[in-house]
Ligand binder design. Structure first.
Ligand code: PLP
Length: 296
């Protein structure tokens, strides 16, 4: 998508808590091709407005963001932009919970590895756009460069999509209950989940999402506690990735977001990210309680 939308000398704006791989792609690959970028807190419309230059061609939002679960008002940003295209990475929400094109975005990205595939057995991505021209250019590039999924991967993804709705409802039921449960523990400093009234983006999330998704980040009192929790769960597996039927836990600072260490996107070391699956809620809560008990 970036290869089609951007040319050397162009500038893009993206969020200060974007997925580490997105940062790595922009900072290492696209910067070498002469594309410049500014990292801002995208939840602040003023910050986006201040970062726009005459070369800005694209604003890239992640909402909810990975791993801070920050919420950016898509419609407000779309309204602000006059010229630059708005791209939304909708991976955390899935199309079942949020439809950025309807809110004014120009293009939407999903890692289909996550909720769309849903079973942690396929790697892929999709660009969704209302632009027939972009669609044509991307198809040409896919044909020319060969970046297409295998037939079997496409089959697995299509099969996953058939159960997206029922999986997402169960993911959200579990996550909403677990977020509230975690909030009650004195071992936990803060629970970052847009479904909680205490979340700064809750009002916007209520407007632009149908429900709040199943990614929860937890701040512990220090890094040792965060790591101890990650190592102590049994049902919830310690692994990267997210969005599958099985729950996963990880420590972003040393795992998914290791590539942003030392940059403005650095993730707090006391933060743990949990991808809540569709297992029995009581089993998940029992596992979380046992892991919390192991935290000093
Ligand atoms: C928000 C977000 N976008 C994109 C990706 C990239 O996905 P993939 O692993 O399918 O390349 C990830 C991966 O974790 C992600 O969390």
């Amino acid at each position: 998508l970036l290869r089609v939308l951007l040319r050397p000398g162009d500038h893009l704006i993206f969020g200060h808590d974007a997925y580490g791989g997105t940062f790595r792609l922009i900072d290492s690959v696209f910067a070498e091709w002469g594309i410049t970028y500014t990292v801002v807190d995208t939840t602040s419309t003023d910050a986006i407005a201040a970062a726009i230059t005459s070369d800005t061609k694209l604003v890239w939002l992640e909402t909810p963001s990975n791993p801070a679960l920050a919420i950016t008002d898509i419609a407000v940003v779309a309204e602000l932009l006059d010229g630059p295209q708005l791209v939304v990475d909708n991976t955390f929400a899935s199309p079942y919970l949020q439809n950025p094109l309807a809110l004014g975005a120009d293009h939407v990205l999903h890692s289909t590895t996550k909720y769309l595939g849903g079973h942690s057995d396929v790697v892929g991505g999709v660009v969704v756009t209302n632009s027939a021209k972009l669609d044509e250019e991307l198809a040409f590039l896919q044909g020319g460069a060969g970046a297409i999924p295998s037939v079997f991967d496409a089959y697995l993804t299509a099969r996953g999509i058939k159960t997206l709705a029922v999986r997402m409802d169960r993911h959200c039921d579990n996550a909403e209950a677990i977020a509230r449960h975690l909030q009650q523990s004195p071992k936990v400093k803060a629970v970052l989940y847009p479904g909680l009234e205490s979340h700064p983006g809750h009002e916007v999330a209520l407007r632009q999402m149908r429900r709040f998704g199943a990614m929860i980040s937890v701040r512990f009192h220090d890094e040792a506690a965060a790591r101890a929790f990650c190592l102590a769960t049994r049902l919830i597996c310690l692994a990267e990735s997210l969005g599958g039927v099985e729950s996963l836990v990880e420590h972003p600072a040393t795992m998914t977001h290791q590539s942003v260490t030392g940059s403005t996107l650095e993730v707090p070391r006391d933060l743990v990210r949990i991808s809540i699956g569709i297992e029995d809620l009581d089993d998940l809560i029992a596992d979380i309680d046992a892991a919390l008990a192991a935290v000093e």
